[in-house]
Design a protein around this ligand. Structure first.
Ligand SMILES: [Zn+2]
Length: 248
C-alpha cells in the first residue's frame, strides 16, 4: 500500500511538473484548480481541459448549445436523414441534428463540427491567447462531451438523479436503482411533429431541458402510451394517403 502511495505521489509530482512547464501564462483558472486537485493530475493543458469538461457534462451541454446559437443554421439547411452512413447524414432521428457535420456544410479546419464556432488553442472556445483558430482542430473539448451526452445521456444517470433529488420526474416517488433516462418529448415526436424547429433550438430536445429520470414502471407506461400514439398516427397517415389515392 505504502509503495503504491509513494509511486502515486511520485507520478503526481512529475505530472504537476510537466503541466506547469507546458502551461501558458493565461489559462482558465477553474480548469487549473480542478486539474491540480485531482488524485491523478493530468500532465498536459489539453488533458486538463478534457478532464474539466468530462467532470462537467451539463456545463458542456449548455455551452455547446449556446455556441451553436451564435452560429445558427447554415442557409438552405434542413434536418434530413440519410439511407446510409456514406451519405454523411444521420441515419436515425435519434442522433442530434448537426448541420456542420454534414459534408455539404462543413466549415473546414479551425471550426467546430458540432456548434460551428472557431476552435482555439487546446480545444478551448474563446481565444484567450490571441492566436486565432487552431486550423487542425474541428471539435471543441466541451462539444465532444456535449455530443457524447446527447447521444448517450444514460452515461450521466447519477448526475441527473442527483439533480432531481432522487425523485421520479413522472410520479414524484423515490427513484429506484433501475430508474431510466427518458426524453420528455420523445425523439420520434420531435422528428414527426417538430422537425421544422429552427436549429439549434432543436438541440434542446437532446440536452438537459428535455431529459428526465423516471422509474422503470412509469417509463414502461409512458412508452406504451407513446407506442399507441405512434400506431394511431401511422394508421391515420395511411388512411389519409389511401383516401388521397382514391380521390386523386
Ligand atoms: Zn463546438
Amino acid at each position: 500500500m505504502s509503495v503504491w502511495l509513494d509511486q502515486k505521489a511520485e507520478r503526481n509530482r512529475q505530472a504537476v511538473a510537466r503541466l506547469t512547464k507546458a502551461l501558458p501564462s493565461i489559462f482558465p483558472s477553474a480548469v487549473l484548480s480542478r486539474a491540480l486537485g485531482r488524485a491523478f493530475v493530468p500532465p498536459t493543458p489539453r488533458l486538463a481541459i478534457d478532464s474539466y469538461w468530462r467532470a462537467h457534462p451539463l456545463r458542456a451541454d449548455r455551452l455547446a448549445r449556446a455556441l451553436a446559437r451564435r452560429s445558427g443554421a447554415p442557409a438552405r439547411w434542413t434536418w434530413r436523414l440519410g439511407d446510409n452512413r456514406k451519405s454523411g447524414l444521420p441515419v436515425t432521428f435519434r442522433a442530434p441534428p448537426a448541420p456542420y457535420r454534414e459534408p455539404a456544410f462543413a466549415p473546414g479546419g479551425g471550426f467546430c463540427c458540432v456548434c460551428g464556432q472557431p476552435v482555439y488553442r487546446f480545444g478551448w472556445h474563446a481565444d484567450l491567447w490571441d492566436g486565432g483558430p487552431n486550423k487542425n482542430a474541428n471539435w471543441h473539448c466541451a462539444c465532444v462531451i456535449a455530443w457524447q451526452f446527447w447521444n448517450a445521456p444514460s452515461g450521466e444517470a447519477r448526475l441527473l438523479r442527483r439533480l432531481q433529488a432522487r425523485r421520479c420526474a413522472e410520479t414524484g416517488a423515490r427513484l429506484w436503482k433501475t430508474a431510466e433516462i427518458d426524453h420528455r418529448v420523445p425523439l420520434f415526436r420531435v422528428w414527426s411533429e417538430r422537425r421544422d424547429t429552427p436549429w439549434p433550438e432543436l438541440l434542446d430536445y437532446w440536452g438537459l431541458p428535455n431529459l428526465q429520470v423516471i422509474n422503470r414502471d412509469a417509463h414502461a407506461a409512458k412508452c406504451a402510451t407513446e407506442a399507441h400514439e405512434r400506431r394511431t398516427m401511422r394508421s391515420s397517415e395511411l388512411v389519409a394517403k389511401f383516401s388521397a389515392a382514391k380521390t386523386g
